[in-house]
Write a protein that binds this ligand. Structure first.
Ligand SMILES: Nc1nc2c(ncn2[C@@H]2O[C@H](COP(=O)(O)OP(=O)(O)O)[C@@H](O)[C@H]2O)c(=O)[nH]1
Ligand SMILES: [Mg+2]
Length: 566
């Protein structure tokens, strides 16, 4: 095929341009208005004009190496036909103009314009063909060797514009019908006529298209037929003049520069993106740092908020102490002398349950306060992320539906710490011995009082009135003593227990401190998940950039290798 080298470079370049274009599209790099991408794939248009039966269609077929245009001794077409690459189809583009698609390789690079003939009976086709002929890369004016001086064709030649003439060649077809010695004479005539009609000698090629096509179709390539067709010079001319013309070379150069320019722009875009990502990472680190600072300041003030919880501790101590006091009242103490005493265990259990409640209440309040602080901070972060990174980072990860769960986990953590904090108070088992001792002494008093009372009864029965009265008085005295003792021990035990519990307030707070701090840390860890979208976005941008930079690099290397072929 003529211009093979040109087409090879062109195809390689247009492939590279395609890939570079894909990459540019992917990253949204816009085409520069003043540097449009050159269209490389535009096929070369070859137009054939000349008389009916001159051998135009056969000439185009011989170029293509296939029977594309119908050829025959009878006029085969009365319309202008533009043959282009594509799946088989014939479409009437306008009156007397058909666009015919054929799946032939040659047509990938060449559009062929076949015309009915300068002397065709049909009117109007010359006007249809004219714009194509004027813009064709190559105008072939076909004469038959038997009669190369037909006036209609020479008229058509002299009507061509100077620009079209510069792209025109004369083809003397069917030279196989002539004796070899006649050819130079015919060519001499042609030169004279050319000079006379258009004021210059146009390139002239004597060829025999039919044997040329046969040679191309023959499996052996048939060198004899080929040399008889004298097609080599003609095709060489097409390669040199059309495919490898300065214009075409310029087009390749333009395309190459466009490609390298686009690659450079891509590279600087990637550079900007890379730097932007670095800034984004820095920005993200800044926000993470803010979150840490917020956490640390909360951790710093955590002991204070625990002390606030001590207010409730005191109230609870009072409640427990009140209940202890009422249990140590006269009647209940007396009743317990006969039923056995579980007061110590009950009071301790009540105290533990109360403390559990204190921890839960405090945990709920504290967690809600922290979640609110996080939400407030996040509301400040969101617009900054949007402005900086151009997307909405979503809601705060400890707010909304998550809020309850976050608070629950915070409380659970504190709740778990309560038994340990209580055991560090060392108040378990302190009540029991004291109450036991008190019960024992009350029991003693009661027993003695009852003995005296029984003695008094016996004396009364046996008529010893005085002794009976005396014993009864002693019994009364013993009961009074028991009451006083009960009263004193109650006050002492209650006050002692209260003091002991109150003294444990700070110990209790200390026992909670570590777990409280841990709960705060966990809450902030959950809060930092708010940034997950931002982190993901940044990571995916980074992940996308790396292979693109690599693609751009390899495209650059490929482009450099094409430069050598330009
Ligand atoms: N001997 C010979 N005949 C040819 C050659 N080229 C074309 N012809 C014949 O000339 C006639 C007209 O050819 P065609 O290509 O249809 O001419 P068109 O009307 O100008 O398109 C056909 O019968 C072809 O077979 C050739 O190189 N040698
Ligand atoms: Mg024809």
């Amino acid at each position: 095929m003529p211009g093979e080298r040109y087409f090879a470079v062109r195809d390689r370049l247009s492939e590279l341009l395609g890939w570079i274009g894909d990459l540019a599209d992917e990253v949204g790099l816009e085409e520069e208005a003043d540097h449009p991408a050159p269209t490389l794939s535009q096929p070369i248009l070859i137009a054939a004009i000349g008389e009916v039966n001159a051998g135009k269609s056969s000439l185009l077929n011989a170029l293509a190496g296939a029977e594309i245009c119908p050829a025959g001794s009878l006029p085969m077409t009365s319309e202008v036909r533009l043959y282009r690459h594509g799946a088989d189809s014939d479409q009437e583009r306008q009156a007397l103009l058909y666009e015919c698609r054929r799946p032939h390789d040659y047509l990938r690079n060449f559009d062929l314009l076949d015309t009915p003939g300068t002397n065709s009976k049909t009117n109007g086709h010359a006007e249809v063909a004219e714009p194509f002929v004027e813009h064709a890369d190559l105008v072939l004016v076909v004469f038959t060797a038997e009669n190369p001086w037909t006036a209609a064709t020479w008229d058509a030649v002299s009507r061509l514009s100077p620009e079209a003439l510069a792209r025109t060649a004369l083809v003397v077809q069917r030279i196989d019908l002539k004796q070899p010695q006649d050819i130079p004479i015919i060519l001499g005539h042609m030169r004279d006529l050319s000079l006379k009609r258009v004021g210059q000698v146009l390139p002239i090629f004597p060829v025999a298209a039919r044997p040329a096509l046969e040679a191309k179709l023959a499996e052996s390539g048939s060198p004899e037929l080929r040399s008889a067709s004298r097609f080599s010079d003609f095709e060489h001319f097409i390669s040199e003049r059309i495919c490898e013309s300065m214009d075409r070379r310029q087009l390749l150069h333009d395309a190459w520069h466009h490609a390298s320019r686009t690659l450079r722009r891509l590279e600087s875009r990637f550079d900007v993106q890379r730097r932007g990502m670095e800034d984004d990472s820095y920005f993200l680190a800044g926000i993470e740092h803010e979150m840490e600072e917020l956490r640390d300041s909360v951790l710093g003030s955590a002991p204070k908020s625990l002390v606030a919880a001590l207010g409730r501790f005191r109230i609870e101590v009072d409640v427990v102490v009140r209940s202890l006091r009422s249990r140590l009242g006269w009647w209940r103490s007396l009743a317990r002398l006969f039923t056995g005493d579980g007061t110590a265990a009950e009071i301790e259990a009540t105290f533990a349950a109360r403390m559990q409640e204190v921890a839960i209440g405090f945990g709920m309040d504290d967690a809600a306060r922290l979640v609110d602080a996080c939400m407030e901070h996040w509301e400040g972060v969101r617009p900054r992320v949007k402005e900086r990174m151009g997307f909405e980072p979503g809601i705060c990860s400890v707010a909304g539906e998550e809020r309850d769960g976050v608070i629950e986990r915070f409380v659970a953590r504190l709740e778990k710490a309560v038994p340990r904090a209580l055991s560090s108070l060392r108040v378990r088992g302190v009540l029991d011995p004291e109450l036991r001792r008190r019960n024992a002494s009350l029991k003693g008093f009661t027993a003695i009082g009852l003995l005296f009372a029984i003695g008094a009864g016996a004396c009364g029965t046996f008529g010893m009135q005085d002794l009976a009265l005396m014993l009864l008085a002693v019994a009364g005295l013993v009961f009074v003593l028991a009451t006083v003792t009960g009263w004193i021990t109650r006050a002492r035990i209650v006050a002692g227990y209260r003091e002991r519990l109150l003294a444990g307030a700070t110990t209790f707070a200390d026992g909670l401190k570590a777990d409280h701090g841990e709960a705060i840390r966990l809450l902030f860890q959950e809060y930092s998940h708010s940034l997950i979208e931002v982190r993901r976005q940044l990571a995916s941008e980074k992940a996308a950039l790396q292979p693109r930079m690599e693609r751009s690099n390899s495209l650059y290397i490929a482009l450099k290798s094409v430069e050598l072929d330009l």
